[in-house]
Design a protein around this ligand. Structure first.
Ligand SMILES: Cc1cc2nc3c(=O)[nH]c(=O)nc-3n(C[C@H](O)[C@H](O)[C@H](O)COP(=O)(O)OP(=O)(O)OC[C@H]3O[C@@H](n4cnc5c(N)ncnc54)[C@H](O)[C@@H]3O)c2cc1C
Length: 429
């Protein structure tokens, strides 16, 4: 690993220039294999382990350079296409992801298909070399600035529900895509509902075989769990957004480095540095004198340390060709526990001031003035967002079901829907 970091440092010395445009910098970074170094070499990566890839991302940050383009393209679409796509698809899609030119969203969940994702009802019907897509997706994070979507849609209703699904890349900028933002209690609109009416995609854009999309979707979900369990991967760390809609590509790369906040941005990214922030906050408010606060700060530290050591254990086992079954599920459950603990602890530390929240920078300035406490808004932001991570990427209950069934070998939940044609299953309206 030391060799790789030496090589990266030399490369950064030669290539990083804060005056480059974001697009120019990401093109250098991506084509040199540093944007997604855990991808294989034929997919614009370097075949590094996840841990080593994290070390690469840290080194880029420590150098003061703009991190790799984040988002669901790098976190989910690129590794899925690298696993199931053809070389043509890798060159068409993964290249654009690692250089930040195209942003992606995940068109999986539907109003009646979340935990029971295989019950999805959106349909894709073949029309020559094209497919016509109709249906509704929901909770589509980043759909409003995505160029492409990872779409799963039903392509055979007469097969059992897991066997009639195909996985496509689909253009989000077409008349058949109606993207409507949903505002959350954080005050932001992270996700959207997406109505697809005679939207079109092509057979070339089908990832994996026709009707084998469930296996491809599971690859995406496994990368999602693993990424979220380790703190959101690099998705949380770049202040510049990829893709043609956000408008960051034509801006100066150095401007985004200056604007970066320690520990990531808002939302889910901020929780990595939260333990340290909460300790400092407890000291400054005097809450540190409360032994139950100290106990919970220690619990948080312990959970973080267990996560770190588990990752080291996995790394050592992987060298020997072994694995920790359910590692991603356990990591995601642990992340949910930490989010809840940070939420409860933060609100206890700031007390009644936790009832005040700022939704924008003007409001934050007023809040800082009123409370004299610049961390206040971060605590309430974390508390409002903490409900999300235990749901997305598969809820806590679903993670436990997976561990029970696939790792511990417990019997599956009783059900009649695995063999029956999807068209004959009872459905909600
Ligand atoms: C912040 C956020 C971002 C998201 N981003 C995306 C995105 O970009 N793309 C996307 O496709 N989706 C996204 N989602 C959707 C997410 O994947 C779903 O919300 C999730 O899978 C749960 O589905 P659901 O909301 O339909 O809840 P349901 O499946 O209806 O679950 C309701 C409750 O029942 C429990 N439950 C359901 N089935 C079982 C079972 N078999 N055993 C035990 N308990 C069960 C669940 O744990 C939950 O508590 C996002 C969600 C959030 C909160």
């Amino acid at each position: 690993m030391a060799d790789v970091i030496d090589e990266l440092q030399a490369w950064l010395d030669e290539n990083w220039d804060s005056d480059l445009l974001v697009a120019e910098w990401w093109e250098r970074l991506g084509l040199a294999g540093w944007s997604a170094p855990s991808l294989p070499e034929n997919a614009y990566g370097r075949g590094l382990s996840r841990n080593d890839a994290v070390r690469v991302a840290e080194t880029i940050g420590e150098h003061g350079a703009l991190p790799a383009p984040g988002g669901l393209g790098l976190l989910l679409a690129a590794p899925t296409i690298a696993t199931h796509g053809t070389q043509e698809q890798i060159d068409r899609y993964v290249r654009q992801i690692v250089i930040g030119q195209e942003a992606w969203c995940q068109l999986f969940s539907e109003p009646v298909a979340g935990s029971d994702l295989a019950g999805l009802q959106s349909r894709a019907v073949q029309d020559g070399d094209e497919w016509i897509v109709n249906g509704q997706k929901v909770w589509t994070s980043g759909g409003h600035y995505a160029d492409l979507g990872m779409l799963i849609a039903r392509t055979n209703s007469e097969a059992p529900k897991h066997q009639g699904i195909s996985y496509f890349a689909i253009d989000m900028h077409q008349p058949g895509m109606d993207i409507r933002p949903l505002k959350e209690m954080t005050g932001r609109a992270l996700f959207n509902e997406v109505f697809m009416t005679d939207a079109r995609t092509t057979t070339d854009a089908m990832i994996g075989d026709q009707n084998n999309g469930w296996a491809v979707a599971n690859t995406t979900l496994a990368f999602e769990r693993a990424g979220l369990g380790s703190g959101g991967g690099s998705a949380a760390t770049s202040a510049a957004l990829p893709g043609t809609v956000a408008g960051h590509l034509a801006q100066r790369a150095g401007d985004f480095v200056k604007n970066r906040r320690p520990g990531g941005g808002g939302g889910g990214g901020g929780f990595r540095g939260a333990g340290k922030m909460l300790r400092e906050l407890a000291k400054s408010t005097g809450a540190i004198d409360d032994p139950t606060v100290r106990q919970d700060l220690m619990r948080l530290h312990t959970l973080q340390e267990i996560g770190r050591m588990q990752t080291l254990r996995l790394k050592a086992l992987k060298v020997k060709g072994q694995d920790i079954p359910g590692f991603g599920n356990i990591g995601k459950l642990a992340m949910s526990d930490m989010m809840r603990l940070q939420r409860d602890l933060g609100l206890r530390i700031i007390g009644a001031a936790g009832m005040l929240h700022a939704y924008d920078s003007a409001g934050k300035a007023k809040l800082d003035e009123a409370t004299g406490q610049p961390f206040n808004a971060i605590v309430t932001e974390l508390a409002l967002f903490a409900q999300g991570p235990p749901i997305y990427g598969g809820t806590d209950q679903v993670q436990r079901n997976i561990i029970g069934e696939r790792v511990l070998g417990l019997p599956k939940e009783p059900g009649f829907d695995r063999a029956m044609p999807f068209s004959e299953l009872p459905k909600n309206a």
